[in-house]
Design a protein around this ligand. Structure first.
Ligand SMILES: Nc1ncnc2c1ncn2[C@@H]1O[C@H](COP(=O)(O)OP(=O)(O)OP(=O)(O)O)[C@@H](O)[C@H]1O
Length: 249
């Protein structure tokens, strides 16, 4: 049986009685690339928030690498191997691409990774290797401010990977990107999926089709259905709550 990197058991998150997550059950294998879709308000961001420790479950458990994350502060969870990419790139615009990556690599040399038993064999990345992975060798010495939006997204993904996370959480990486940039980010995530477990939240169905193996659909804080792209797209419940409405927008 393949080891699970993440198990979410019967998790509910209540905000003043409103259940943003409602008895949610979810699991994924080590090395899996999983895409999460769902209508606005389905609970996707809250789902990421309970994994990173930003939000504590009201009920239920989040188990990462076999360990219950309950009451673990956010920075400890990050050091234990969860890396999160937010929708808007968080990079240093005045620094060069190379210096951004260098900073991220050096962050990894803090004492915390050794304190929180990182998985053996997780590759420690070099700046040169990262520049190649994210396809920005030619722009290594440009200030990050001069990059296109898609290149900034790739740089931030590179900075995340520099910290050798076991699980990458990527929130809407292609929102606002051109078709070409979208494809580049997709190829990058597919390349990273060869050595990382990755969760991607995305609304862009073309992009989801490019990268997805298994798709999980969230609705009203629970898993509505899960399967490959064809199964999910043809599921009448998904068409009703998400895909049908999306086409009308
Ligand atoms: N801190 C909070 N306090 C109260 N309600 C919240 C809070 N955070 C989220 N919610 C509510 O929980 C529900 C789920 O929100 P969440 O942001 O997780 O959904 P989402 O699927 O990410 O939506 P979107 O696609 O619009 O980003 C929404 O109805 C939202 O208004």
């Amino acid at each position: 049986m393949t080891a699970k990197i993440l198990e979410i058991n019967d998790v509910t998150v209540s905000f003043d009685g409103f259940k943003a997550l409602n008895h949610l059950n979810f699991s994924m294998d080590v090395g899996e690339l999983r895409v999460i879709i769902g209508p606005n308000g389905a609970g996707k961001t809250t789902f990421l928030d309970v994994i990173t420790g930003k939000v504590q479950p009201t009920e239920g458990q989040v188990i990462f690498k076999g360990r219950n994350l309950r009451k673990m502060p956010e920075y400890q969870i990050a050091c234990f191997g969860v890396g999160r990419k937010f929708q808007t790139p968080r990079i240093y615009l005045n620094l060069t691409v190379r210096d951004n990556l260098d900073l991220a690599c050096n962050r990894n040399k803090s004492v915390f990774p050794t304190l929180f038993q990182r998985t053996k064999g997780v590759e420690i990345r070099t700046v040169a290797g990262l520049l190649e992975t994210i396809g920005l060798i030619a722009k290594a010495d440009f200030p990050a401010a001069l990059l296109s939006h898609g290149e900034k997204q790739r740089l931030e993904i590179g900075m995340l990977v520099a910290q050798s996370p076991d699980l990458l959480l990527v929130d809407e990486p292609v929102a606002g990107l051109t078709d070409e940039e979208t494809e580049n980010v997709g190829s990058l995530l597919l390349a990273l999926a060869e050595s990382h477990s990755i969760i991607v939240i995305e609304h862009d169905m073309e992009f989801v089709r490019q990268i997805a193996r298994i798709v999980t659909v969230l609705h009203q804080g629970s898993v509505l259905c899960q399967g490959d792209m064809d199964e999910v797209q043809n599921d009448p419940r998904v068409i009703e709550v998400y895909l049908g409405k999306q086409e009308e927008e």
